[in-house]
Design a protein around this ligand. Structure first.
Ligand code: SF4
Length: 246
């Protein structure tokens, strides 16, 4: 019973969406058809964009060491971190949902909450390539004033957010107490590559990978291969990646 309730809770959002579709189809069939078409369009768009984002995020995760992220985007990065966050968000291309895996990776490597908020916000509303278009259609004065006010608002909200949101409010990685292996469940996309590479250590549970209970020391080579082949770099082993916990 408790298990069934837990499963129901996990799928609650999906159930609400399906019920919403059913209700729309019953009461407004044409609106239902339009809703399915729009959803199909966005799912297609996500399927095209997200694999590229995952690959780029994984490459950045591999190439940029944690110390660098902490230095330029961490708590101590001060003004340079703020400017860099605006630049990163502002030069981005693609929809806002593409920013989330990127920000998860940055957060994992030590970027501060304030800078993450700045990146997400500027990704959403300050696209530098779009500023010229904005000036062309709405005039330079409009673009400049909106831009300045938006930057002030982002600075204010990111500061407030960093005071309210604490590290422990963010989803935590589950760690293997013995060997320091962890899987970031929020990043894991459930591709099950790790369970194929190292079935003795990883298994799938509720469409996410978990570290199996084990009493052996993991094989370094197999573990390294699993970490490297995870497309979203969700697996962390502190002795291999050197990503010491903060
Ligand atoms: S390889 Fe990575 S993304 Fe795929 S299931 Fe394992 S942890 Fe999740």
């Amino acid at each position: 019973m408790t298990q069934a309730l837990k499963k129901l809770k996990e799928k609650l959002f999906l159930i609400i969406v399906i019920l919403g579709y059913i209700a729309i189809f019953i009461f407004r069939p044409q609106m239902g058809i339009n809703a399915v078409k729009n959803s199909g369009y966005y799912i297609k768009e996500m399927l095209l964009i997200m694999p590229v984002i995952f690959v780029l995020t994984a490459l950045l995760d591999t190439w940029v060491p944690k110390q660098t992220i902490m230095k330029y985007l961490g708590r101590e990065s001060k003004v340079k971190g703020t400017i860099l966050s605006f630049v990163l968000g502002g030069i981005s291309a693609g929809p806002i949902y593409a920013a989330f895996p990127f920000c998860v990776m940055l957060r994992k490597k030590g970027a501060s909450i304030k800078n993450i908020v700045i990146i997400l916000s500027s990704w959403a509303v300050i696209k530098i390539p779009m500023l010229l278009n904005e000036a062309k259609f709405l005039g330079f004065k409009f673009m400049a004033i909106r831009w300045v006010l938006t930057v002030i608002a982002i600075l204010t909200f990111s500061w407030i957010a960093s005071k309210i949101i604490k590290d422990e409010d963010l989803p935590q990685e589950k760690e293997d107490p013995t060997y320091g292996i962890s899987i970031n469940r929020n990043s894991c996309m459930g591709c099950s590559v790790c369970t194929k590479n190292y079935p003795e250590l990883f298994e799938m549970k509720n469409k996410k990978a978990i570290v199996k209970e084990h009493d052996f020391e993991p094989d370094r080579e197999k573990l390294k291969k699993s970490i490297e082949s995870c497309p979203v770099k969700a697996i962390n082993d502190y002795s291999i990646t050197g990503n010491a916990k903060e």
